[in-house]
Design a protein around this ligand. Structure first.
Ligand code: FAD
Ligand code: NAD
Length: 807
């Protein structure tokens, strides 16, 4: 299949063969099938290919910048500029000598700013002949029309002419998904006709731009005809461009009297997949001209009513989704970095006994408030937190050493928890009338249990602290909130803000973070339920303390750790796997309960993957959490540091190192542990306890061993997350079904569960459930009282007798 499609859409597998196949009626722009590279080794190979192509072809070259830098991201702009611009200049110089253009391809929206920065640097630092540098612009971008001004000004200021290739854009579905996921407005149009009209508007503007030369890349006859109409009797130089294997019929005609350039990919089958998938989507989309072959006038189409695509706000039916923060927008980044964290709060911490007394005394008053009253206050907390996302994120960066993207994600998760639990509580209270025979009313009432204790870990000081607090509050419980000692400062601010927004001080109090003090509270019979998140060991201690209490047996929710595995078969996509495993194992310095601890790789493709993993690890950036460039910052404290180092020493002694992120002679910030990965000879040996740090164990398995491995993982009784990488549906379906874990992820990483979308929580040693952010979460926080009323006892069934369905 790949081969057949490759024959249609890819010109040749080598430069020489492509030269032989050239058709003299057309000019060309060759693309060396570069796709985003994951490491420097691949990036350098792609760069060499581009340079070779520039030297061998006497035609234009199209360069995908993400192929020649493994971290082509805005946050990394200093390195991108310093390493990439000289390389691009070298390719461009060859193009200049050949009197052709080096086009910079347009990629995902999040890379548009960095691409413009690269272009600017290239033009300002080097001088090229007119139209040596080309830049692709996507008309589906809402900002495309104004980007033309930027490009024109840039060309004017650098005394050069730029060749602009106008396209509609090839990443539309990715952009929609990404924006929904990140809680951001769509950067692209969501109706095809808007893109078509934007294209025409951009085309007109380009035709009037003094310093820009136009190339119109489209296969749509309506778009082509309109451009022909716009350019009639004008002497502005322009050309059409088409993709190899598409629009042949149309351009055979057009090329007779106008210049047409073919964008011609060249490469081997192993590099084709991503490009072919884009072509497949484009050729199969029902909005696409090449699929439906209908000439549609976008100005007429515009008048039709169409169902809008859900944006981030409307993604969930009954609640507003949390708003994101765009860390790929330079202005937003500056704003975030310049915003100070608000001053610390000195929240008073009373003795455990006094605190519990205040809460229990107030319990009745709080439980007598209406749900609507409690919901209003909690929703106000969510709104206020959403507004404060910058300072709250900065606080996480400062006290919990989170990177900015992780901090923003955690604040969003917290907002989602609050809104979701409010929504779930409303459902609980509304849907409480039970089906019944006539003459009787049956209603279940969901009553608060009393004073509830929430014990939380340091690694999600907002989300895992506030989530359970709000679940308990919304169902009418008063709450004793016990933060982790490491993140007490954050907890104090949270509690003060909750009080500020309207949660009564006597309904929510902070507990001394000290374990001894907290244990006293757990033992106190006035506490009616406990939600604990942390290690299995601590959970067991707390469970025993609860068991020793006299009086009623209280609910105990425990969400604990796991030894999370990623299992890959020989069909997995290596690039995807390597990205996902490095992210899963090392993001947040591996200090996530869901982090990947073990990678099980099938022998057949393990060599390639291990090689890529080794090189991928080289491009991880270590540093302080408040540096936007940092991927991995320090671990939480000295105790954690020592424990991780002990395991590293053990692995160092006995196993084979795949890679460790080199310090490169730099002094690392205190308590920073460079990520490392080891091949272990016996996977069973390291499965005893969770090591909470940036450390990956890899085991290379023989196909026949897989069942035994899966049984072993199940028997270990840890069951939090599992990731499966395979292109065989039957494989991932069978493994998903077999494994006793709370959350299974297929062909993606296993971290970052989203409220409601991925209810989160483990099984066995990894947790009791119910899942956080799931539909059953609130039930333990209430006790159910059922009331049955015989409505006929007073003499007769008036409802039945007056029911007009009888007549
Ligand atoms: P049409 O069928 O008229 O348009 C299809 C396009 O409409 C889709 O691709 C999408 O952009 C847009 N669209 C579809 N549905 C919607 C919707 N619901 N809402 C909004 N918009 C919608 N693409 C890049 O991204 N970067 C490049 O560097 C690049 N280089 C190219 C070079 C050449 C020479 C050519 C011909 C194409 C290139 N492309 C590039 C691909 C290009 O984006 C697609 O081929 C193009 O979008 C298809 O448009 P069309 O006018 O041929 O077809
Ligand atoms: P931890 O078990 O050391 O502590 C968790 C909390 O319990 C802290 O507030 C601590 O002070 C308190 N605590 C510990 N012993 C106590 C006792 N005897 N009485 C009362 N309170 C006590 O865990 P940690 O180091 O803070 O957090 C990391 C752990 O949390 C990891 O194991 C991780 O996997 C787990 N975790 C699980 C989830 C999940 O959803 N499953 C989420 C985040 C973290």
């Amino acid at each position: 299949m790949v081969k057949t499609m490759g024959n249609v859409f890819v010109m040749a597998d080598t430069v020489d063969k492509a030269i032989e196949k050239k058709d003299p009626r057309y000019t060309y722009s060759f693309d060396m099938l570069g796709e985003a590279s994951t490491n420097w080794e691949d990036a350098n190979v792609y760069y060499d290919k581009y340079l070779e192509a520039a030297n061998k072809f006497e035609d234009s070259i199209s360069v995908k910048l993400s192929a020649i830098h493994p971290r082509y991201e805005l946050k990394n702009y200093k390195d991108v500029i310093s390493t990439m611009v000289p390389k691009l200049a070298a390719i461009a110089r060859v193009c200049e000598e050949n009197n052709v253009t080096m086009f910079i391809d347009a990629e995902e929206t999040r890379r548009l700013d960095i691409s413009i920065m690269v272009l600017e640097e290239l033009l300002k630092t080097y001088k090229f002949a007119d139209n040596t540098i080309g830049f692709a612009l996507q008309a589906y971008q809402k900002r495309a029309f104004w980007v033309i001004d930027t490009l024109n000004t840039l060309a004017e200021h650098t005394h050069s002419k730029l060749h602009i290739r106008l396209v509609k854009g090839a990443y539309w579905d990715t952009e929609i998904k990404q924006a929904q996921q990140d809680g951001l407005d769509f950067p692209v149009f969501t109706r095809k006709e808007h893109t078509d009209i934007s294209y025409l508007a951009c085309a007109r503007k380009l035709l009037h731009s003094e310093y820009l030369t136009c190339a119109f890349a489209t296969h749509n006859p309506f778009t082509v005809a309109t451009i022909q109409h716009y350019t009639k009797n004008k002497d502005k130089e322009f050309e059409f461009q088409k993709l190899y294997g598409m629009g042949d019929g149309l351009f055979e005609q057009i090329s007779q009297n106008m210049p047409v350039r073919i964008y011609a990919p060249v490469g081997e089958y192993k590099d084709l997949l991503a490009y072919l998938i884009r072509r497949l989507l484009e050729n199969g989309a029902n909005t696409s001209f090449v699929f439906n072959q209908k000439v549609i006038d976008p100005f007429i189409e515009l008048k039709k009513e169409k169902k809008p695509i859900s944006d981030w706000k409307t993604l969930y039916k009954n609640r507003i989704n949390s708003k994101g923060y765009d860390l790929t927008d330079p202005a937003m980044i500056d704003y975030m970095l310049d915003t100070p964290t608000h001053p610390e709060q000195d929240e008073e911490i009373l003795s455990v006994d006094e605190t519990i007394k205040i809460l229990t005394d107030y319990q009745e008053q709080w439980s007598n408030t209406t749900f609507e009253h409690r919901a209003k206050i909690l929703l106000a907390c969510a709104d206020s937190l959403e507004e404060e996302i910058i300072s709250a994120s900065n606080r996480l960066v400062k006290y919990a050493f989170k990177t900015y993207p992780n901090a923003v994600a955690e604040i969003r998760e917290t907002v989602d928890f609050i809104r979701y639990y409010v929504e779930q509580a409303e459902k609980l209270y509304k849907e409480n009338i039970k089906p019944s025979y006539t003459g009787e009313q049956n209603i279940t009432h969901y009553n608060p249990r009393g004073t509830w204790m929430v014990i939380s870990p340091w690694n999600f000081p907002y989300a895992i602290f506030l989530g359970p607090i709000c679940a308990a509050l919304v169902t009418g419980n008063t709450v004793l909130a016990k933060p982790a000692p490491q993140t007490l400062e954050i907890a104090k601010v949270i509690i003060a803000s909750m009080h500020h927004v309207g949660v009564p001080e006597n309904a929510l109090r902070i507990c001394d973070p000290d374990i001894e003090q907290a244990a006293e509270a757990v033992k106190d019979e006035r506490i009616c339920g406990v939600t604990f998140t942390g290690s299995h060991k601590s959970a067991k201690t707390i469970q025993r303390l609860i068991a020793e209490r006299d009086g009623p047996i209280i609910p105990f929710i425990a969400e604990t750790g796991g030894i999370n595995c990623m299992v890959a078969d020989s069909t997995c996509l290596p690039e995807q796997l390597v990205q996902d495993v490095t992210h899963g194992a090392f993001d947040s310095a591996g200090q996530r309960c869901s982090a990947t601890r073990y990678l099980f790789l099938q022998k057949e493709n393990s060599k390639t993957i291990l090689h890529m993993l080794k090189h991928r690890m080289k491009v991880i950036t270590l540093g302080n959490s408040d540096d936007l460039n940092t991927d991995v910052s320090r671990v939480i404290d000295g105790e954690a540091f020592t424990k991780i180092q002990e395991r590293i020493a053990q692995l160092e002694e006995n196993e084979e190192l795949i890679a460790t992120k080199s310090r490169n002679g730099k002094t690392l910030p205190k308590l920073t542990i460079p990520p490392s990965a080891y091949i272990v000879s016996d996977y069973k040996q390291y499965f005893d306890e969770e090591i909470f740090g940036p450390l990956l164990h890899v085991y290379v398995y023989d196909k026949n061993e897989l069942d035994e491995i899966l049984n072993f993982i199940n028997n270990s009784k840890f069951g939090l997350t599992l990731s499966i990488h395979s292109r065989v549906t039957r494989f991932y379906e069978n493994v998903s079904k077999k494994m006793k874990v709370g959350n299974v992820y297929v062909n993606r990483d296993q971290i970052g569960a989203v409220v409601e979308t991925q209810p989160f929580g483990g099984y066995g040693l990894s947790g009791t459930g119910p899942k956080a952010g799931g539909p059953n979460y609130l039930l333990p926080y209430v006790w159910e009282k059922h009331i049955s009323i015989n409505t006929t006892a007073i003499g007769g069934d008036t409802v039945l007798l007056t029911d007009d369905r009888q007549t």
